[in-house]
Design a protein around this ligand. Structure first.
Ligand SMILES: Nc1ncnc2c1ncn2[C@@H]1O[C@H](COP(=O)(O)OP(=O)(O)O)[C@@H](O)[C@H]1O
Ligand SMILES: [Mg+2]
Length: 356
């Protein structure tokens, strides 16, 4: 095991959203200071950090200056370009490593990798032209979903294809970008595996939450996921653990699954803390944010047991956050607001964790 980074040290976080904000809060509790690197003028993570450097993710010299002033580096956003991070790799340790980041940036490599480690995604084909798409539809059938290989999030960069006649319009809608066509999974429930892996290889997994999406955006996570999730979480957890080991991964890794009659179907991974793990702040002995900080600092990981029989996390999206007062009046409901300013439709403004 590498020498632990003692409290008092400085953690650099690339990305300035709510994940960085909650990581900074967890780091501060353990006596660390965070510096945020983000291109926005007023990223919400900067409210709770010691320093914000406002520069572009591709600005290698600004990134190098930033990293020289931190003891360890992490990221809260997976669309950070990998090349500048490779270029500054000698300046400070980066967790999770760049290979894990690059893998999770590309839906195709991610699925290939998971297949190579014994996982089962939905049937999929690489698509780089309209002709490829037509062949892929003929192979896989419909309904199917065309997803861009890169930069998709919250259901963006995806088109559902209900019949072969929709190929041309789908290819146009997706902007003719390198994509993956995947078959539509007839799932009973969706769940995620949240795993933390330390520098010593120690691994902890939280109980798998059930996730419900609305308009492609996570709406609610409920822990522990029951029924079919209880039956499939061990196999999904073993797959996630195997992937983390193969990547020599350090930090929190999230893998999303569909629980189907045929077993757990891998959907996608995120090399970071995840919205479906926000409930762990009050709903688990150690939160995903604290264990991520512990992991990247080389500390022992904390216990991940639940603190209540049932925990519900509700995202406050857009105008939902206007209702903050009513959540404060509810017993055992914990309100989190990210102070992101304008409550635009579809924007994640906060969340509530309700313990039962
Ligand atoms: N192959 C599929 N079959 C059925 N539903 C899907 C499939 N792919 C995605 N979805 C639905 O769309 C949601 C968002 O897709 P996902 O691939 O996780 O992209 P994002 O990066 O936007 O989270 C999923 O959580 C699921 O509800
Ligand atoms: Mg997803």
């Amino acid at each position: 095991m590498t020498t632990p980074l003692a409290p008092g040290a400085t953690i650099g976080i690339i990305g300035g959203g709510q994940l960085g904000r909650m990581l900074s809060i967890a780091a501060a509790q353990l006596g660390y200071r965070c510096h945020i690197y983000a291109p926005e003028d007023t990223p919400c993570a900067a409210d709770v950090a010691a320093l914000h450097i406002c520069a572009d993710y591709t600005d290698e010299s600004a990134l190098r200056d930033f990293v020289r002033n931190v003891d360890v580096l992490t990221y809260e956003f997976e669309n950070v370009p990998a090349e500048p991070l490779r270029a500054i790799a000698d300046e400070a340790p980066l967790h999770p490593n760049v290979d894990a980041l690059e893998l999770a940036q590309d839906r195709l490599s991610e699925k290939d990798y998971v297949v190579g480690h014994g996982g089962r995604p939905a049937d999929y084909r690489a698509v780089s032209s309209l002709a490829d798409l037509e062949t892929a539809i003929a192979d896989i059938g419909t309904p199917a979903i065309l997803k861009t290989r890169r930069f998709g999030y919250d259901g963006k960069g995806q088109v559902r294809i209900m019949d072969a006649g929709a190929a041309t319009s789908a290819w146009t809608e997706i902007g003719g970008q390198p994509s993956v066509l995947e078959s539509f999974v007839d799932f009973e429930k969706e769940f995620s595996i949240l795993l933390a892996r330390g520098t010593s290889g120690e691994t902890r997994i939280w109980d798998a939450p059930q996730n419900r999406h609305a308009d492609g955006i996570l709406a609610h996570s409920i822990a522990p996921g029951d029924g079919i999730i209880g039956e499939q979480k061990a196999a999904a957890g073993d797959l996630a653990r195997g992937i983390a080991e193969a990547l020599d991964y350090v930090g929190v890794l999230t893998c999303e699954f569909f629980a189907s009659a045929a077993g757990p179907v891998f959907n996608e991974m995120a090399p970071r803390v995840h919205n479906s793990g926000h409930w762990t702040i009050e709903g688990a002995t150690t939160s995903q944010f604290e264990n991520h900080i512990r992991a990247i600092c080389g500390l022992p990981l904390g216990n991940t047991a639940l603190t209540a029989a049932r925990i519900e996390m509700h995202n406050l999206i857009g105008a939902d956050a206007d209702d903050w007062m009513s959540w404060l009046k509810k017993d055992r409901a914990h309100l989190h607001l990210y102070n992101k300013g304008e409550a635009r439709p579809g924007r994640k403004m906060g969340h509530v964790t309700q313990l039962f």
